[in-house]
Design a protein around this ligand. Structure first.
Ligand code: URP
Ligand code: ZN
Ligand code: ZN
Length: 472
């Protein structure tokens, strides 16, 4: 591969901002310094531009069967959308659909490997637990998987009983793995959903009204208590509530190794969106809350209480009855219309993977809610560290993979579905005016996005076998 020098850009890392050139060789960052001279290198002028490590999204769901349909981005369309938004690494969740964990992981590789266009890894969902599953968990490390997600909600589908969650935490502690928590109160939700349907409340807002915010608080505290007893670290995914932030702080102040992830949708939207005629577009679990929750989450992002911002990207079409053209053939992927008469049938999830960095840059950095360094820390460096990929990913350092974003801080765009590359028919940020956008994106030194042009290819993304993560 030809050598490249990215010249005169302003580098932004999780802790520093400085001007330098970057020499890229064999897919790695070979050197960073002032006025680097390598006569045989292709020169890319980044004067006036910002240079950041490619985004690391620790939470995606591509090609996920759910609610009698499937999330509408697969591991190619989703990776491509991620790359256009400046993200070069994603971690997807493997469903526990087969008797053995190895079969589950193999099935996810079969979906992802030939399609992958950026680098990727997997977390394992633990949604069924018995002696055989327990015995198999340590072998996930040989598959490069170091993380296990447990759910305290989705009764009868994804939820594990508390005793089994504790057993997972103990195994994780013994083998240096990290447990990830989906925190809601499944029993309360089950009862409230039954009441709502019996009373004829079928509209979209009931999705949120039947999932009380305190359920997140009690689930985080309960599982943090189990983590304490197991001597295990805990990572709380898609945090959406002020009370959840309180519980994160409370637990950490008492010595529990607990970390938190929020997602852009929880920083901007509230239950009011679900009251719109097209409210199904915002249905995901856990749901949007109130402006006070948004504000508390922003504060947690700014003051370091929250470690990462992922996306929980799990898109569906708003109108999944319309066929779309895909690779020369027409397909229709059922979507949000499934819940038109019953909120419990609305597929849970929304598009986000490509929106994350452009939206957060404008709303976070440009509007002064976080620094550019915090932006890099939360969306790239911290996830890489926590999930055992640092400094290969999430860093601008000699020896790191040359996953580099050249960011134009002056580019103004009117964002929306036409610009986002997700395979769906809507975007939550329709019409938002953004300032700052990725101009060029490199994956291991190869230019994959050049302005509007897609230069990536299916199959060029590599699976990342992960090592020990850090507790931040
Ligand atoms: O609504 C969501 N979040 N769908 C994806 C599954 C999950 O719990 O993360
Ligand atoms: Zn979840
Ligand atoms: Zn998720």
């Amino acid at each position: 591969m030809v050598k490249k020098i990215i010249k005169s850009g302003t580098l932004i890392t999780a802790s520093e901002t400085f001007q330098a050139d970057i020499l890229v060789e064999n897919g790695k960052i070979a050197a960073i310094g002032q006025d680097l001279q390598t006569p045989d290198a292709e020169v890319i002028d980044a004067g006036g531009k910002l240079i950041m490590p490619g985004g690391v999204d620790p939470h995606t769901h591509f090609d996920l069967p759910m609610f009698g349909t499937v999330s509408s981005d697969d591991h190619y369309t989703g990776h491509k959308a991620a790359a256009f938004g400046g993200t070069t690494t994603v971690i997807d969740f493997v469903s526990q659909d087969f008797p053995s964990l190895k079969q589950c992981v193999d099935a996810w590789h079969a979906k992802a490997d030939d399609k992958a266009a950026i680098d990727f890894s997997f977390h394992m969902n633990m949604t069924r637990f018995d002696e055989q599953v327990a015995a198999e968990i340590p072998a996930l490390l040989d598959e490069g998987i170091t993380t296990l997600k447990v759910f305290t909600a989705y009764n009868g589908v994804l939820r594990l009983e508390d005793g089994d969650i504790f057993r997972v935490l103990r195994i994780a502690a013994e083998h240096g793995m990290l447990t990830m928590l989906h925190a809601e109160n499944g029993d309360v939700i089950e009862a409230l959903v039954a009441d709502a349907l019996a009373a004829g409340h079928t509209s979209t807002e009931w999705h949120a009204l039947t999932r009380p915010a305190w359920g997140a608080g009690d689930a985080i505290l309960r599982v943090a208590g189990m983590a304490q007893a197991a001597g295990a670290p805990l990572y709380v995914v898609h945090m959406n509530t002020a009370i959840g932030v309180d519980m994160l702080e409370y637990s950490r102040e008492r010595g529990i190794k607990i970390m938190g992830e929020t997602c852009p949708q929880y920083l901007f939207f509230t239950i009011d969106e679900m009251r719109r005629p097209d409210g199904a577009k915002w249905v995901c679990s856990p749901p949007m809350r109130t402006q006070a929750d948004n504000a508390r989450l922003w504060q947690a992002v700014a003051d370091g209480t929250m470690q990462t911002i992922g996306t929980d990207h799990c898109p569906f079409f708003y109108d999944g009855t319309k066929p779309i053209l895909y690779e020369g053939r027409e397909i229709a992927i059922p979507g949000k219309e499934l819940g038109v008469d019953d909120f419990t049938k609305t597929p849970n999830g929304l598009p986000a993977v490509g929106d994350r960095l452009p939206v957060l840059w404008t709303e976070g950095v440009v509007k002064g809610r976080m620094t550019a360094n915090q932006f890099v820390a939360l969306s790239s460096t911290n996830p890489a560290k926590i999930f055992g990929m640092y400094p290969r990913k999430g860093a601008l350092l000699p020896g790191s993979d040359a996953d580099i974003v050249i960011w134009d801080p002056d580019r103004k765009v009117k964002y929306g579905v036409a610009m986002a590359q997700h395979r769906t028919d809507y975007n939550l940020y329709e019409g938002w005016e953004l300032t700052g956008y990725p101009e060029k994106v490199f994956l291991r030194g190869r230019l994959i996005v050049d302005g509007e042009q897609w230069l990536g290819k299916r199959g060029m993304g590599r699976f990342l076998s992960r090592g020990d993560g850090m507790i931040l």
